[in-house]
Each structure stands twice: as C-alpha cells, then as structure tokens.
Design a protein around this ligand. Sequence first.
Ligand code: 5GP
Ligand code: MN
Length: 315
Amino acid sequence: MKINLTEAARLLHEAQTVILTSHIRPDGDSVGSTLGLMHFLRGIGKDARVMIDDEIPRIFRVLPGIDRIERPAEGRRYAADLLVVCDVEMKRTGAVVPSVDAARVLNIDHHVTNDEAAEYLYLDPSRAATCEIMCELIRAMGGTISLDAATCLYTGIATDTGFFRFSNTTPHTMHTAAELIEIGVKPNVIAVAMEMKSYDEVMAQVRAIESLEMFCDGRVAAVFIDEARAREVKTTEGLLDSLRVIEGTQIVFFMKWLEPDTYRVSMRSKGVNVSRIAQTFDGGGHIRAAGCTLHAPFDEARRMILAAIGKELNA
Ligand code: 5GP
Ligand code: MN
C-alpha cells in the first residue's frame, strides 16, 4: 500500500526495534540510506541495525558506522517491530527479507520500477536518490541530521547522480546536498573515497575496455566480461562512465559473468528507456540506469540482451 511521508514518519516513530536493509551488490545509495537512517534512529533512542546480504565494497569504509553492517546468518531468525527496505523492492535483499520476522514492513524507494509488493510503500521516483528521501523523512519526523548521518546521506545522493551530473539532479537535490555540506560533510573526501581503485583494478578495467564492441551503427557500446575475465575485473565501478563519453552512443552496457550460466547486465542511456529493457528480464531501475540478470550460456545471453536493446532502440 502506498503511503505518504507523514505516514512513513509515523511508522518509524511507533517502532522501537528497527532492521534496515537494502539490495545485494550494494552501492552508495543503498549503504548510505540504510546507515544514514540508522544513525538518526539510534540518535533518538531506537534500537536500529543494518543488515545487507552481501560484501560491502571497500570504498564505503569512509562511511561512519560501516562496521556495524551485519550479514544475516544462515538459518537464523531476526525479530523487529519494523523492517525498513531501502532503495529496492522487497525481492532483491537476498536472505534479509526472508529471515526477518517484523510486525510491519516499510519500503522506501525512488525506483519507478518498484513492484509495490511491500505492506507500506513510500515511493518518490522524482527524487534522485533514496538518501534524498531520507533527508525529507528525517525532517518529517521532526529530527535533525548528525554529521555521521549527513556523511552517509550525502554519499548516496552524490553516487546516484554521478556527482550531480545526471539528469536526475534537480534543484531539490542540490538544496538537500547543500544542507548536508552545511552540517559538515566534505564533498572532496567523499569523491576521493568513491573513486578509489587498486592498481590491479585499474589494469583489469583497462583490459575490459580493450574488449569494447560497438553495435547499432555506433549507438550502442558494450563490454562483455566472460568467466575468465570476471575473475580479474573485481569492480565495474566507473566502467560505464568511460563508455558513455563515446560520441554517438545512446546506450552503453556491460554483461559480466556472475556464476555458471548467469550474467549481470548493467545499462546506462542518454534517453532511451533502459529500465524497460531490464524489466523484460525481470530486472529494473530508472529510465537512464537499469540492470538485470540473464540466466543463459554466454553466447545466448549476449544475443538476448543485444536483441532486446536493438528492439527498444528502434521502437
Ligand atoms: P546498476 O547498473 O548500477 O547495477 O543499477 C542501475 C539501477 O538499476 C540502480 O538503481 C539499480 O538499483 C537498478 N537495478 C540494477 N539491477 C536491477 C535488478 O536486477 N532489478 C531491479 N529491480 N533493479 C535493478
Ligand atoms: Mn538509489
């Protein structure tokens, strides 16, 4: 059921023990929004914990409270008054949603493709990041944002907007970021931390870019990362940013081996609706940034995604 911000604020006020979670393959907005809200809730005396069912990339070590993030233990049950699912729909939290017994479930998200399966859903697709929504939510609760919370929330806004360059960046986004900077967040510190890669990661990415292929008369640029290459390409962070600069491209994407006969696809566009492409494979996202998982051998997965992209481009 869709609810408004005041109702979401009330659900949080009414809960004492709160479990916060987000999607697997965590990014700045998922880690930032859960940790940011955790700091605020703990500040007002609630028993709040963050659970994410995946490894947390090293770049997020700059975020206060990062060591507090737990991974659900196999077979264990967790109880809470409220489970808050942030920046994702219910079904992409790995083992968290299935192992939590919560009296109520609140989903806070900004993805247009949200399946609206949650008991209570606060969805605002006009916001660039879930962290932007969290700032409004904290205000709606009559609270103030600490520096720890601000640092987490700023990070999610910065990463989901490509550091305020993508089309989802609005005056509201900038005002919110400005407020967080007034609280004391250092934009340069966050930017440096988010961009950091090891030498090996840079070299692996260079090799990945070397295998770049162009399709659809130069409107599509793609990198295919098979099993062997996936073992060295540890991070794809920033890979699509290097592709989108290519003149004439409308869609850029990579397809990367995840496990046998399973490939991750991540797409960026300059206007074509890539979330629609992702949805045909049970994925989702935003108009200009979306992803999905393909279950097929390499050649077939490659053919499937290229066909779907070609169809949407020519629609
Ligand atoms: P990325 O390409 O950075 O993994 O994801 C781009 C956007 O699409 C993000 O907002 C992300 O949450 C969303 N997204 C990526 N993969 C999936 C997926 O498999 N399902 C859904 N629903 N959204 C996805
Ligand atoms: Mn997000």
